[in-house]
Ligand binder design. Structure first.
Ligand code: ZN
Length: 335
């Protein structure tokens, strides 16, 4: 990773020419789709007057994303850079360091949320996440050189975008940064933000009502578990095969048996998966549970949505609305 970044750095000057052309009023770079979509909503009509780019835009899951030379050049030249600041985009730290730009405002979602962020504690029955913790080695003063420790700091759960409540405060943070950059349109950004946050809050209310009126309060993911924030918002108990950022694809028999046992014990009508993944584990859990009334349903964790999807009309609110429908089935809510 270090070498890749250094190579990118070396080519940075040369690639600047790639981006030549009429300079937009404001350049905004967002790493992931939710950030892109929230910013688009806060910009409203001003979207046409600025440049807004989503970096992670080839359908690759964010955990497998590697920035290109052009991505680093874009980060170096933008006025506002929006990123998660979690386990899967640790590369942003180095990208910011090697592409210094005193004018640029960087918005780190995890930092912005402060105490709202959750620790990535494993759930009961979950496969262990192999981080190589044995090598975890902080210096005396708590300082450590992160170049050789790309995998060791996973205390924070990064999947904050799957909470509608976090989304609302993050949109306000985006509106504040845009207003700072472009005072002339500050009132517009604030009012677009208010309107969008109202929609988020309205959907949040519907989630709350759905959970309250459901006979079950338990979700089971035969997959990764990026939905900790959603579960926390509505007081749901969850079981899952892997942690949110896990790259594992095979679950042990112990885990399969544990999950199948919970399907039966909690009388769950659904086994959940993340849509972009193969459902092999879910099928194994289903076979092991031997319950014909259980369905495999997919929730969208918004980790590989592209701007082409966005142009085709997909957006954050729509995805979360669909997730609510899945949630309803999974909680046995027949209203
Ligand atoms: Zn992750």
């Amino acid at each position: 990773m270090k070498r890749t970044i250094m190579a990118l750095c070396a080519f940075l000057a040369m690639t600047t020419a790639l981006l030549a052309g009429p300079t937009p009023r404001i350049r905004i770079v967002a790493t992931t789709f939710p950030l892109f979509d929230w910013t688009r909503n806060v910009l409203g009509k001003q979207l046409a007057t600025v440049e807004l780019i989503q970096l992670q835009d080839n359908g690759v899951d964010l955990h497998n994303f590697q920035p290109t030379v052009q991505d680093i050049a874009r980060i170096s030249q933008c006025d506002l850079f929006l990123f998660v600041g979690g386990e899967s985009d640790e590369w942003t730290e180095k990208a910011l360091r090697i592409s210094r730009n005193p004018r640029r405002i960087a918005l780190n979602l995890i930092k912005e949320l402060g105490n709202t962020v959750q620790e990535e504690e494993p759930l009961e029955g979950m496969e262990e996440h192999h981080y190589g913790k044995e090598e975890h080695n902080h210096g005396k003063d708590g300082h450590h050189d992160d170049d050789d420790h790309d995998d060791d700091e996973h205390e924070i759960d990064e999947h904050v975008w799957l909470s509608l409540r976090c989304a609302a405060s993050l949109c306000q943070a985006i509106a504040a940064r845009l207003s700072e950059l472009d005072r002339e349109h500050a009132a517009e950004y604030q009012s677009n933000c208010r309107a969008y946050v109202e929609k988020l809050q309205e959907l949040d209310k519907r989630y709350k009502v759905c959970v309250e009126s459901s006979p079950l309060k338990t979700l089971l993911f035969a997959d990764r578990f990026p939905f900790r924030y959603m579960a926390k918002d509505y007081g749901l108990t969850c079981y899952a095969a892997f942690s949110g950022c896990s790259a594992e694809t095979e679950a042990s028999f112990k885990t399969i048996a544990f999950l199948a046992g919970k399907v039966n014990e909690c009388k769950l009508p659904a086994i959940l998966v993340l849509e972009e993944r193969r459902h092999k584990i879910a099928e194994t859990v289903l076979r092991t549970a031997k319950n014909k009334n259980v369905r495999i349903l997919a929730m969208n964790s918004l980790q590989s949505t592209t701007s082409r999807d966005a142009a085709a009309g997909k957006d954050y609110l729509d995805a979360m609305e669909r997730n609510l429908t899945v949630l309803k089935h999974a909680l046995g809510n027949k209203d």
